[in-house]
Write a protein that binds this ligand. Structure first.
Ligand code: FEO
Length: 168
């Protein structure tokens, strides 16, 4: 029987993924509005990924005969100083998510809940990839600073990356 403390944290994680989805969708809207077409597409796809992350936990809870409790979604920020400011916020959000996943793994191990620990390993690898990806975007944006040409090129690269991911 799964411990209540783990169910509670899984529910919190599910809702955190929901919040991330909503944040990335809002970020996509801001990028689109500001003419960063590639970033808008990239973030919209990422919104869909976060929805899948949320659904995985939802399904896991259902599979183990628990009722997922969907909370109200936190209203995301909708205004950003710049593209770099937006992606820094994005990267920080991913770091928080990784920390929460690690806390969950630790709890699952402490409670000897090896099924949940195993289930969480997918998230551990996913977070590693996501942090790496957003860190590299922030690094590129730091390199180009406020150069319009540089921002155009990073945005174009995100568009290409998005198209490449969608082809696979
Ligand atoms: Fe679901 Fe980007 O963490």
């Amino acid at each position: 029987m799964i411990k209540n403390s783990i169910v509670k944290k899984l529910n919190q994680q599910m809702n955190l993924e929901f919040d991330s989805a909503s944040l990335y969708l809002q970020m996509s809207a801001w990028c689109s509005y500001k003419g960063f077409e590639g970033s808008a597409m990239f973030l919209k796809r990422h919104f869909q990924e976060e929805m899948q992350h949320m659904q995985r936990i939802f399904d896991y809870l259902c599979d183990i005969n628990q009722q997922p409790i969907v909370d109200s979604v936190k209203k995301p920020h909708n205004n950003f100083e710049s593209l770099i400011h937006l992606f820094e916020k994005n990267y920080n959000n991913e770091k928080i998510i990784s920390m929460k996943i690690n806390d969950l793994c630790e709890l699952a191990l402490t409670e000897k809940d090896f099924s949940t620990f195993e289930f969480l390993q997918w998230y551990v690898s996913e977070q590693h990839e996501e942090e790496k990806l957003f860190k590299s975007i922030v690094a590129k944006l730091n390199l180009v600073g406020s150069s319009s040409e540089g921002l155009f090129l990073v945005d174009k690269e995100l568009k290409n990356l998005n198209e490449k991911i969608e082809r696979h």
